[in-house]
Design a protein around this ligand. Structure first.
Ligand code: FAD
Ligand code: DLZ
Ligand code: SF4
Length: 507
């Protein structure tokens, strides 16, 4: 007999390792272990979500006829690591070896590869593009542009295709998306599930063991099995998807979720399948229940961005997470962990991260990410933060978004120019600035929005690298035209802000 490893983010009945094995003879190993629960200080909701979903998935496998050796975190024999548990279970069951589906993190791939057990790794084929597909697409290209990769994925899946042409004649409808924040939101948000007895047990465990981690454990309402995740998906397709495209980039003080899908955590843990989610969205379009701009935009995020960033993570290798192309070294300020800040946009993004283990894409990219980039915070610290605080965060998807897209620390593999903006962008897309202690209109002075100061400071300090970038010429032209005394004032106020922040003063 063999052991079949199922990791916490591999909760899919059609997992390659399960398909390869035989429920009559082989034993599934699942384990809640201290190593996985603490390689970063995960948000308590993230840990509770995974443990609860793991326990339910183990029950589902048992009901399906599998023998499952499940280790709970508090079990006295728990060795504390995935490899430790495999070694223990191998001797207990006299197993000939271990079959597993490739994990989504180099750290665990290396640990499993080093195990003193015969083991067999299978590709994770819950994705549309295999590593070989991505390598073949990337081969010989100077720039790895997501848009072209995405078109191949549309052709491969047949999603929103009209013969060999894109539905409606265009591949991308972003032109119709990205409207500023609406006055009101007519979608109530994600479906919420009251914790049942088994979830309550996990909540008690997580409160005891991880109660001091950043983040609120309760109220806990996440789906913890595929049935619930599918109910949530259907609810969102009906109520949220129709306006998803329009308000994809908007941010509002009083709406944490707007029209977003809140499906990333379910997809990444294996409770939902990416094709099933995209097909449900396409069906809503075909039935006339959601417009093309929304459905195309959503499908692009999943078969485009999600697959593309995974391709980059595995192509670039284990050192990707330690890249720091811009040489940034500042400490991560305490406001990322909930310390007071006068910046309302940061306070709001961090607060909902704390309560929900969730912030949407533009909050992650243009608020906390933009600030970290402008302020020169060390990418490794920013990466650890994102990996810890979001319920959907695993390195294969988080690192390319943080190191590459948000911080330009990979030197421009993912982003052709840094995603930076002054306060203007946040002002245009949100209602944050109206209730902020800083003034977004002020470019200098005690009340000036810090994004306005830091934007120019960033461009100035990285002039050598970016001045030749054709997409940034306009920014440098504006900076160079500014009165030299004014430029000096901006730079000195920005430097003062950064040194106060570095000294730990609330900013
Ligand atoms: P929706 O807005 O409803 O989008 C639908 C789905 O599209 C998402 O669930 C996700 O599966 C996919 N998607 C959208 N954008 C991306 C993207 N850039 N990369 C990969 N998939 C994408 N996503 C994660 O799943 N895990 C992370 O740890 C993560 N970290 C991020 C860090 C930064 C700095 C940035 C800028 C983005 C990050 N993203 C991450 C991408 C994106 O922000 C989240 O997928 C999204 O906010 C999840 O919320 P949702 O399910 O409501 O998504
Ligand atoms: C994130 C996570 C946590 C918090 N805990 C566990 C765990 O106890 N057992 C487990 O099998 N997986 C856990 N995970 C998910 C793994 O960290 C994930 O499989 C790897 O990071 C690879 O993506
Ligand atoms: Fe954020 Fe600046 Fe607007 Fe305040 S004024 S909310 S700091 S962008």
């Amino acid at each position: 007999m063999r052991l079949v490893l199922v990791l916490g983010d591999q909760l899919s009945p059609n997992l390659s390792a399960l398909r390869k094995c035989d429920k009559a003879n082989d034993v599934v190993v699942m384990a809640e272990v201290a190593d996985e629960a603490s390689y970063v200080p995960h948000h308590p909701k993230k840990i509770a979500f995974l443990f609860a979903a793991m326990r339910k998935f183990a029950d589902q496998l048992r009901a399906d006829g599998w023998q499952v050796a499940y280790t709970r975190l508090d079990d006295p024999d728990n060795t504390g690591s995935i490899t430790g548990e495999l070694i223990r279970r191998a001797s207990e069951h006299k197993a000939a070896g271990v079959v597993y589906t490739e994990p989504g993190e180099w750290r665990l791939i290396a640990a499993l590869g080093d195990m003193p057990l015969q083991s067999h790794s299978l590709p994770d084929d819950r994705f549309i593009a295999s590593h070989a597909d991505f390598a073949a697409w990337a081969e010989g290209r100077k720039q790895l542009r997501m848009e072209y990769f995405y078109r191949d994925m549309r052709r491969k899946t047949g999603l929103l295709m009209d013969g060999d042409q894109p539905e409606g004649g265009k591949w991308n409808y972003d032109h119709d998306n990205r409207k500023p924040a609406p006055d009101s939101v007519d979608y109530a948000g994600p479906m919420q599930f009251a914790p049942d007895h088994s979830v309550e047990e996990v909540l008690d465990l997580v409160a005891r063991r991880f109660g001091n981690n950043f983040g609120d454990l309760r109220p806990f309402w996440l789906a913890t099995d595929t049935g619930q995740a599918r109910q949530h998906l259907a609810h969102w397709i009906k109520g949220g998807l129709p306006k998803f495209g329009d308000y994809q980039d908007a941010m509002l003080n009083d709406h944490k979720f707007l029209y977003h899908g809140i499906v990333g955590l379910y997809l990444n843990a294996g409770l939902l399948d990416p094709l099933e989610v995209c097909q449900a969205a396409e069906a809503a379009y075909r039935a006339g229940n959601a417009p093309l701009n929304a459905v195309e935009g959503f499908i692009r995020q999943i078969i485009g961005w999600r697959e593309y960033v995974r391709g980059i993570y595995f192509r670039e290798g284990p050192d990707y997470v330690s890249r720091n192309a811009l040489g940034h070294t500042a400490k991560l300020p305490a406001m990322y962990w909930g310390a007071p800040t006068k910046m309302n946009c940061i306070a709001k993004a961090v607060d909902q991260t704390k309560t929900e283990a969730y912030a949407h894409h533009i909050q992650r990219l243009m608020v906390t990410g933009n600030f970290a980039l402008l302020a020169g915070i060390a990418p490794a610290a920013v990466h650890e933060w994102y990996l810890a605080v979001y319920a959907d965060a695993y390195e294969w998807v988080e690192a390319p978004n943080v190191i590459g897209m948000s911080l330009f620390a990979d030197g421009g593999i993912i982003a052709s120019k840094p995603y930076i903006s002054s306060g203007n962008y946040i002002h245009k897309m949100s209602d944050y600035c109206g209730s902020c202690a800083y003034r977004v209109q002020d470019k200098t002075g005690v009340d000036a929005c810090p994004f306005n100061l830091l934007y120019w400071h960033f461009l100035d300090r990285h002039r050598d690298r970016f001045k030749g970038n054709p997409r940034m010429g306009q920014m440098y032209a504006v900076w160079d035209k500014m009165d030299p005394a004014r430029r000096d004032q901006v730079l000195s106020e920005a430097a003062d802000f950064l040194s106060r922040m570095d000294a730990g003063a609330p900013v």
